[in-house]
Design a protein around this ligand. Structure first.
Ligand code: F0G
Length: 434
C-alpha cells in the first residue's frame, strides 16, 4: 500500500491518492492526514541507521528531517527535495529555568536553531517537496511571521514563487524582513490571521496556488521529526512531559501524530504527556479542553504581544484535541506578564527565545504550582523561535517600556537596563566600581 491521504474524522476516514491537491476531505470537510504502510525495518534497525547517518555528508542525511525519512515516506523519490539542513536543534539543560519553574531539571529543545530561526523549517522542507512533486509553481501561506519566513526561504531555494499574506502591523520586523529578503511576494492584509486564512483558502483554490499553512498535512509530517530527533537525542527514553506553545495547533497535531505512530510501531514504550500553553488573550483551545461540552468556540479578537500565537480560530483543533487526549495531556494559559518574565529567565540561561516560546516556561511554572506537574518530573519544553525574531519586545521589556495590548504596563522584574556613559575612562571606571 503506498502512502495515502486519509480523512481525520472517525466517522468518515475516506482515503485519497497522495498526489491529490486537497487540504480538507472532499466528502465531509474534515482535516486530512497522511497514512503509511508499516516502516520498512524493525525499530532497532532504523534507530541504528539514523545514528549512522549523522556521520554522512549526503545532504539528505545532514537534514534533521530527511535523516528520518523512513517515518515520513510520502515521496516516491527524494531527488528533488530541497534541504537547508533543517533540524539538528540542540537539547539544552537549563537549571536556572528549572528552578524558576519549580522543577529539579528542565531541558529545552530549541527549534530556534533552525535555518530560518523557527520550527517551521522542519515542516516546510516537506511541504515544498510536495509542491515540487505536484508541479505547483506558486506557493502561499498566511502567517504570524515564522511560517512566511520559512516558506519564503524554502520556496525560493526550490525555484518556486512564494506569496506571503500577513496581518498588517501585527508581525515582528525580524520576520517580515526575512520574507522580503528571501524574495517572497508579500501582501500585508488589513485583517487578522484567522480572517486572512479564510481568504487565502478560497484564493489558493481559485488561482491554483499551493497552500502551505499547517492545514497542509505534509507540513505536519515534517514537524513530527522534532519529536523523533528529541527522542533520538535522549537515546529513545521518552520524557514524562513535552511542553509546547499552541497557536494554530499544527505543532500539537504533529507531536500527537508522531507519538501515536512511534508508540504503535514499537519505537517507544510510553507516550509522554503533552502540555500545550496558550497566551491568555488567544486561548480558544484552553477554553475547549476546560469545557468540552460547550464545543469549540473561536476567540473573535485574539490579542497578545506574543504575536506568533495571536490566533483565535485554530484550524487544527480537532487533531490537537486528540493529541492531548491520547497523551493524557493538559492545556494551560498564561498572562502577558508571565510570558515576559519567563522569557527573561530563558535569556538569563544564555539560551533565549521569542515571546511565544517563553509561554512554555510560564506554563510549567503554573503546572508545578498547581501540583499537576511534580517537581521531579522529566520535562522537555520546545522553544519554537529564535530570540532575534522580535528584538523590539526585548528592548522594551528591559527598558521598562513594554505594555500589554490593553495598555497595562508590564513590569520588568528581570530587566537589564543599558547605561549611557560619557566618553570618559574615569566616569566609566566609577560606574563599573560595583
Ligand atoms: N511558536 C512560534 C514561534 C510560532 O511561530 C508559532 C506559530 C507557534 C509557536 C504556534 O504553533 O501554530 O503550530 O500551534 N506560528 C504560525 C506562523 C502560526 O504563521 O508562523 P502552532
Amino acid at each position: 500500500m503506498p502512502a495515502e491521504l486519509i480523512c481525520f474524522e472517525e466517522g468518515c476516514r475516506a482515503r485519497f491518492p497522495i498526489a491529490e491537491v486537497i487540504y480538507n476531505c472532499p466528502r465531509c470537510g474534515g482535516l486530512l492526514e497522511v497514512a503509511y504502510p508499516a516502516p520498512p525495518a524493525p525499530p532497532a534497525e532504523l534507530k541504528r541507521l539514523w545514528r549512522e547517518r549523522r556521520m554522512s555528508n549526503a545532504p539528505l542525511d545532514q537534514s534533521g528531517v530527511w535523516r528520518y525519512r523512513e517515518i515520513i515516506p510520502f515521496l516516491e523519490s527524494f531527488h528533488r527535495v530541497v534541504t537547508l539542513r533543517e533540524g539538528h536543534t540542540p537539547l539544552l539543560d537549563a537549571p536556572r529555568a528549572a528552578a524558576y519553574a519549580g522543577l529539579d531539571a528542565l531541558a529545552f529543545k530549541h527549534q530556534g536553531f533552525n535555518p530560518t530561526g523557527s520550527f517551521k523549517d522542519n515542516g516546510m522542507t516537506c511541504g515544498v517537496a510536495q509542491a515540487l512533486r505536484l508541479g505547483m509553481p506558486r506557493v502561499a501561506c498566511v502567517s504570524t511571521g515564522n511560517t512566511s519566513a520559512s516558506m519564503a526561504a524554502y520556496a525560493s531555494a526550490a525555484g518556486l514563487h512564494p506569496i506571503v499574506f500577513i496581518p498588517h502591523g501585527n508581525i515582528s520586523y525580524g520576520k517580515l524582513a526575512q520574507a522580503l529578503e528571501y524574495g517572497a511576494r508579500t501582501l500585508q492584509v488589513e485583517a487578522n490571521f484567522d480572517q486572512i486564512l479564510a481568504l487565502v483558502r478560497t484564493l489558493a483554490e481559485r488561482l491554483g496556488i499551493y497552500l502551505l499553512n499547517s492545514i497542509n498535512p505534509f507540513r505536519i509530517e515534517g514537524q513530527k521529526t522534532i519529536i523523533v530527533e528529541m527522542l533520538d537525542q535522549r537515546d529513545w527514553n521518552p520524557p514524562d512531559w513535552i511542553v509546547l506553545p499552541g497557536g494554530n495547533l499544527g505543532n500539537t497535531a504533529a507531536f500527537g501524530k508522531a507519538l501515536r505512530e512511534l508508540h504503535a510501531q514499537g519505537f517507544i514504550a510510553k507516550v509522554p504527556r503533552l502540555a500545550v500553553i496558550q497566551a491568555a488573550g488567544a486561548a480558544p483551545f484552553y477554553d475547549l479542553v476546560r469545557a468540552p461540552a460547550d464545543g469549540f468556540r473561536a476567540v473573535p479578537h485574539p490579542d497578545t504581544l506574543a504575536t506568533a500565537i495571536k490566533i483565535g480560530d485554530p484550524v487544527s483543533w480537532p487533531k490537537a484535541m486528540r493529541a492531548v487526549a491520547c497523551s493524557g495531556g493538559v492545556v494551560e494559559k498564561v498572562t502577558e506578564q508571565e510570558i515576559a518574565d519567563a522569557k527573561a529567565i530563558i535569556g538569563q540561561c544564555g539560551i533565549g527565545c521569542e515571546p511565544a516560546s517563553a509561554a512554555t516556561l510560564a506554563g510549567i511554572r503554573k503546572l508545578t504550582a498547581s501540583r499537576l506537574m511534580p517537581h521531579d518530573a522529566c520535562v522537555v519544553a520546545v522553544l519554537t523561535g529564535n530570540l532575534l525574531k522580535d528584538p523590539d519586545y526585548i528592548y522594551r521589556y528591559h527598558t521598562g517600556k513594554l505594555e500589554a495590548p490593553d495598555g497595562t504596563a508590564i513590569h520588568s522584574h528581570y530587566g537589564n537596563q543599558p547605561t549611557v556613559v560619557p566618553n570618559d575612562p574615569a566616569a566609566i571606571a566609577e560606574v563599573l566600581r560595583n
